[in-house]
Design a protein around this ligand. Structure first.
Ligand SMILES: [Zn+2]
Length: 243
């Protein structure tokens, strides 16, 4: 799948940040933004017929989310087996839930590859390990914070872990925590058990020793050389960069 993305990106001259208009043009895809009757429950869709190929995206998404969604739909189009199914059925909604999960993961993988492959991926080792760096990386890619955070961790040449949590919830005692949605790590980082939730106070961003976030479980992180956590809360999600 990455080879397919590399070929597509080479054909449009490897622009940084990715030029989504050139990307769509190179694939012969037409873009439709919003429009009357656009379903509210989906971010984007790919409509294929024998005469037309359209990527449609919701008009009320932030630019970074629109770009990711467009790349996701181009990902479906660039994957031959996806394209075949879409030409036969009217949409991916007709697939079974299990098949759709697999299908969506493949398109998300393609989207991240299209957004970050090349110079952006190669620059990750030059950033210091902090959430401020992730934010700058996202700005350079014109990508959303979550996609950029995942990429920054998963393609980092150093041992680094990422914990993505949901909305911070204030407990009866007054302290806040955020439930862990998933964790990611770089190839150089060994798997480390993660608690179900992390403490999240009202501040937006802070750096703390791993003990302050993981309590007794910090021993496992310390034994792998991780000593610091960089937390960043958007209000809807909490990101923890462990290094
Ligand atoms: Zn999809």
């Amino acid at each position: 799948m990455e080879a397919t993305c590399d070929r597509i990106l080479r054909d449009i001259g490897n622009p940084v940040p990715l030029d989504v208009v050139a990307l769509l043009d190179s694939q012969g895809l037409r873009l439709q933004v919003g429009g009357p009757g656009f379903p509210r429950n989906i971010r984007g869709l790919l409509h294929l017929s024998n005469t037309d190929a359209v990527v449609a995206v919701r008009d009320d998404l932030p630019e970074a989310a629109q770009r990711f969604t467009i790349c996701h739909e181009v990902g479906h189009f660039a994957l031959v087996e996806h394209r075949r199914v879409l030409l036969r059925q009217c949409s991916e909604m007709d697939l079974s839930p299990a098949a759709r999960g697999q299908w969506e993961r493949a398109a998300n993988f393609m989207a991240a590859s299209l957004l970050f492959r090349g110079a952006l991926d190669a620059s990750i080792g030059d950033y210091e390990l902090s959430m401020a760096s992730v934010s700058r990386f996202a700005d350079h890619a014109l990508a959303g914070l979550e996609a950029s955070f995942r990429r920054f961790v998963e393609r980092n040449p150093r041992p680094v872990w990422g914990v993505v949590c949901g909305v911070p919830v204030v407990a009866a005692r007054g302290d806040a925590h955020a439930e862990v949605r998933y964790t990611v790590r770089s190839p150089a980082a060994a798997w480390t058990p993660c608690p179900d939730a992390v403490p999240a106070d009202q501040t937006r961003a802070w750096a703390r020793p791993v003990q302050a976030v993981f309590g007794a479980q910090a021993v496992a992180w310390l034994s792998r050389g991780a000593t610091m956590c960089d937390l960043y809360s958007t209000g809807r999600a909490v990101f923890v960069l462990v290094h």
